[in-house]
Design a protein around this ligand. Structure first.
Ligand code: NCD
Length: 334
C-alpha cells in the first residue's frame, strides 16, 4: 500500500514548492523565526527522502563534492549519527568533530573555533553545544549554512521537525491535534522547539511538569500548563515524554526519580486516559522506568519512537538539501 501523500495539496502564492525552492534563510538555528509555511515546506521536502531511504538503491547524490562538518561540543548518539547518515546518503564528504578530541578542551574560545572551522571551507556546519546561543554566535562568524543540532536549553529545530513529520504522517495532520508534552520542560530544548513548531502548525499543546520544572509564564508560548498529568491526558492525540535533564540540574528539582515516575511517568494504565489510538513519542535517550515504562515505549501500535528516528534522517536530508541550494545554484522561487 502506498503511504498517504501528506504534502500540502495546494501551493498558494508566496509558498515554497518542494524540490525547487530556495529557502529564504541561510541557517537553521531555531524554529523561532520560521513562518508556518516554511515549516510545512521543510516537512514536505522530507517526505521525498523517506521513500529514498526505504529503497535499496539510494542513488540521489545532490551534495556530491560538498563537505559537511558535524561539530559536536556535547554528547549525542542519534542526532550525530543521523546527520552523518543524511550527509553520506546525499553524497557529501562528512567529517565529525568531537569536543573531547578538539582544541576546545585546550581552552580555545568559541569564536576561534568558529574561525578555524570557517577557514577549512566547509559547505555546511552542523553544531551541537551546551550553551544556549552558541550556535547563533558561530553562525555569525562563518560563511556557510549552519544547522543547530541542539544548543543548551534553547532549541533543537531538527528534532521538532522530525516530531511534526511523525505526527503528520501518523495522525494525518498536525493542526487540531491535542499534543501533551510531559517532563522536564525547564531544561528541554526539545520541548521549546516542539512548542514553537506545533503551535505554529495549529496543534493544541498542553504541557505538564512539576511546578519546579515548569518555566515561568510558559502560557505566553500559546500552550496550556498542567501539573496534573492525568488531567492533561484527557482526550490526548499525542503524548510526548521528555527525559529528566540531570546534566543541566544543579539542585533538587524533584523529590526522587521514584516519586517522579509515580506522578509524571507514562505507563499503560495512565495512557488509557488519552484517546484509544493516541501516539506515544520520546526524542530519546529514554530513561525506562523514570519518565516512561517499557510496556509503553515498546508498544507495537502506540509507540512512534523508532519512527521518530527514521524521520530524523529524512528531515536532516531535507534540511541539508534545502540550505545548500543557493550555493549549488538550484534556482526557482515559487
Ligand atoms: C535530546 C537532546 O539532546 O536534546 N536528544 C536528542 O537529540 N534526540 C533530548 C535529550 O537529551 O533528552
Amino acid at each position: 500500500m502506498q503511504p498517504p501523500d501528506h504534502r500540502s495539496a495546494s501551493h498558494k502564492p508566496g509558498s515554497l514548492i518542494p524540490g525547487r525552492a530556495v529557502f529564504p534563510h541561510r541557517d537553521l538555528t531555531g524554529i523561532d523565526g520560521l513562518q508556518p509555511h516554511e515549516i510545512t515546506f521543510l516537512l514536505d521536502e522530507a517526505e521525498q527522502w523517506i521513500e529514498v531511504n526505504r529503497s535499496r538503491a539510494k542513488s540521489e547524490r545532490p551534495l556530491d563534492g560538498l563537505t559537511l562538518i558535524n561539530a559536536f561540543f556535547e554528547n549525542s548518539t542519534r542526532t550525530l549519527l543521523s546527520f552523518e547518515i543524511a550527509g553520506k546518503r546525499m553524497g557529501a564528504d562528512v567529517v565529525n568533530m568531537h569536543a573531547a578530541q578538539s582544541s576546545v578542551k585546550k581552552g580555545e574560545t568559541l569564536i576561534d573555533t568558529a574561525v578555524t572551522l570557517n577557514a577549512m571551507r566547509a559547505d555546511m556546519l552542523v553544531i551541537r553545544h551546551s550553551s544556549s546561543g552558541a550556535v547563533k554566535l558561530i553562525a555569525s562568524k562563518v560563511d556557510c549554512p549552519v544547522l543547530n543540532a541542539g544548543d543548551g536549553w534553547h532549541e533543537h529545530p531538527t528534532q521538532a521537525l522530525l516530531d511534526a513529520l511523525t505526527i503528520r504522517r501518523r495522525r494525518g495532520s498536525v493542526a487540531g491535534q491535542r499534543v501533551v508534552i510531559c517532563g522536564d520542560l525547564m531544561h528541554s530544548r526539545v520541548a521549546r522547539s516542539n512548542i514553537l513548531a506545533l503551535t505554529a502548525l495549529a496543534a493544541e499543546v498542553r504541557v505538564v511538569a512539576p511546578s519546579t520544572l515548569m518555566p515561568a509564564a510558559i502560557e505566553r508560548m500559546g500552550v496550556t500548563p498542567f501539573t496534573d498529568f492525568d488531567a492533561a491526558l484527557d482526550g490526548a492525540d499525542v503524548v510526548m515524554m521528555l527525559r529528566l535533564q540531570n546534566e543541566r540540574m544543579d539542585g533538587g528539582f524533584i523529590p526522587s526519580t521514584r516519586e517522579f515516575h509515580l506522578r509524571y511517568g507514562l505507563n499503560s494504565e495512565r495512557l488509557r486516559r488519552a484517546k484509544p489510538d493516541a501516539l506515544v513519542m520520546h526524542p530519546g535517550p529514554m530513561n525506562r522506568g523514570v519518565e516512561i515504562s517499557s510496556a509503553v515505549a515498546d508498544h507495537p501500535e502506540r509507540s512512534a519512537i523508532t519512527e521518530q528516528v527514521e524521520m530524523g534522517v529524512a528531515v536532516r536530508m531535507a534540511c541539508l538539501d534545502v540550505l545548500t541550494r543557493r550555493a549549488r545554484g538550484v534556482e526557482g522561487w515559487a
